[in-house]
Design a protein around this ligand. Structure first.
Ligand code: PLP
Length: 395
């Protein structure tokens, strides 16, 4: 018999995965090309060629006992140093390998930093809509997830509610920008105000409140949009980064945490996170991938592919009368359901072989998410189907 606490996770896990599996079932009946699957944020753009070449070269030229061996739980020093130097160039920071901890993707990094910071009954604040896994990650360490309702229609966070929600138990605020599921980037003004509120509340409660900035989509931005670098505005910030989306490597489980020197209790947090990486069972991030990403530090995927999809899907849906904020980053469109019950709308779309995910999976009912990291043919094939769904709703 499994643990009682696990039963609810299994039950709630997960509308997105369920839809993805439904896609497989429909593909067997109708043919893969006739199923328009927007359910999962699994990149369809290939990783850069340098990744493949690097892996081959690492295996051919580096010492096997080194490449496949245990290492510092924080990761290879040279890799962490290469990432630190790269960030220094981008942000004018002064990081060294001490500030970087290699992780099993963003999911691994978030679990490591939560394990490091959270005592049972601490509160972790998130802005809805949010990546649904945060709820499980917070619960892993006994934290109470405090959800700030969505601020429609811009999806910039509701700062008044943030100020009201902070208590003596607040330990962290998770920020995700560019955002999954909306594609919205939190503006510099928003980040400045968040920093002001947190600084004030830290004083009021004489306690540290940490921002955990979950940034797997940092590089996936369009029309020259800028993503504010939060440590420049708020000192108690830890960044969780991932190569899952930026280099299309989600199965490889590779990312890192940035822990700036300015953090309160910097030394303890670094030691805590390094230990957490080990005792959560990761031990260290996958070794070949660490070495590969360090060699490909300036590589990127071709985001023109996502941009073309974004324009076609957004413009197509708007013309049909759907409502949605134009995403500035990531590869998701968050569309207002034209009928009240968005689950019913998802079912209608499914009847037309278009797979989309209800907003309630992101604590934002009344909306649906479409992940447009798909082929262009999927977009052009889905649009007439979405028109038919709209026609049915209007008739
Ligand atoms: N955070 C957000 C906002 C995500 O969208 C995802 C994946 O979709 C993750 C974290 C987990 O990413 P990773 O594959 O790096 O663990």
């Amino acid at each position: 018999m499994i643990a009682k606490s696990m039963e609810s996770y299994v039950k709630g896990s997960s509308a997105i995965r369920a839809m993805f599996e439904e896609g497989g079932r429909l593909a067997k009946i109708y043919g893969k090309e006739n199923v328009y699957d927007f359910s999962l944020g699994n990149p369809n753009v290939e990783p850069p060629e340098e990744i493949r070449q690097s892996i081959i070269d690492i295996l051919q030229s580096e010492e096997p006992t080194f490449v496949h061996g245990y290492m510092n739980n924080a990761g290879y020093e040279d890799v962490r140093n290469a990432i630190a130097q790269h960030l220094n160039k981008q942000h004018g920071t002064q990081y060294t390998e001490r500030n970087i901890l290699m992780t099993a993707g963003a999911a691994g990094g978030l679990n490591v930093i939560l394990k490091t910071l959270i005592d049972p009954e601490d509160e972790v604040i998130v802005f809805a809509p949010y990546f649904g896994e945060y709820r499980s990650y917070a619960a892993n360490y006994g934290a109470e997830l405090v959800v700030i309702p969505p601020n429609l229609p811009t999806f910039q966070p509701d700062l008044k509610k943030l100020a009201e929600s902070i208590t003596a138990k607040t330990k962290a605020l998770i920020i995700n920008s560019p955002n999954n599921p909306t594609g919205v980037i939190y503006s510099e003004e928003t980040i400045k105000k968040i920093a002001e509120i947190l600084t004030e509340k830290e004083k009021e409660f004489a306690a540290d409140i940490y921002v955990i900035s979950d940034e797997p989509y940092r590089e996936l931005v369009y029309d020259g949009a800028v993503v504010p670098y939060i440590p420049q505005y708020y000192k108690n910030t830890v960044i969780g980064y991932s190569y899952s989306k930026s280099l299309s490597l989600p199965g490889e489980r590779i990312g890192y945490l940035v822990m700036p020197d300015e953090l309160s209790d910097f030394d303890d947090i670094v030691s805590g996170a390094t230990t957490a990486n080990r005792i959560l069972g990761f031990v260290n991030a996958p070794s070949i991938m660490q070495r590969a990403v360090a060699r490909c530090i300036n590589s990127s995927v071709n985001i023109d592919v996502y941009n073309k999809n974004r324009e076609a899907l957004y413009n197509g849906l708007i013309e049909m009368g759907y409502e949605c904020a134009k995403p500035e980053g990531a590869f998701y469109l968050f569309v207002k359901s034209p009928i009240e019950d968005e689950a019913e709308f998802c079912d209608m779309a499914k009847e037309h072989r278009v797979l989309i995910v209800p907003g309630s999976s992101f604590a934002c009912p009344g909306y649906v998410r479409m992940a447009y990291c798909v082929s262009y043919d999927t977009i052009t094939g889905a649009l007439p189907q979405m028109q038919e769904v709209m026609n049915e709703i209007k008739s």
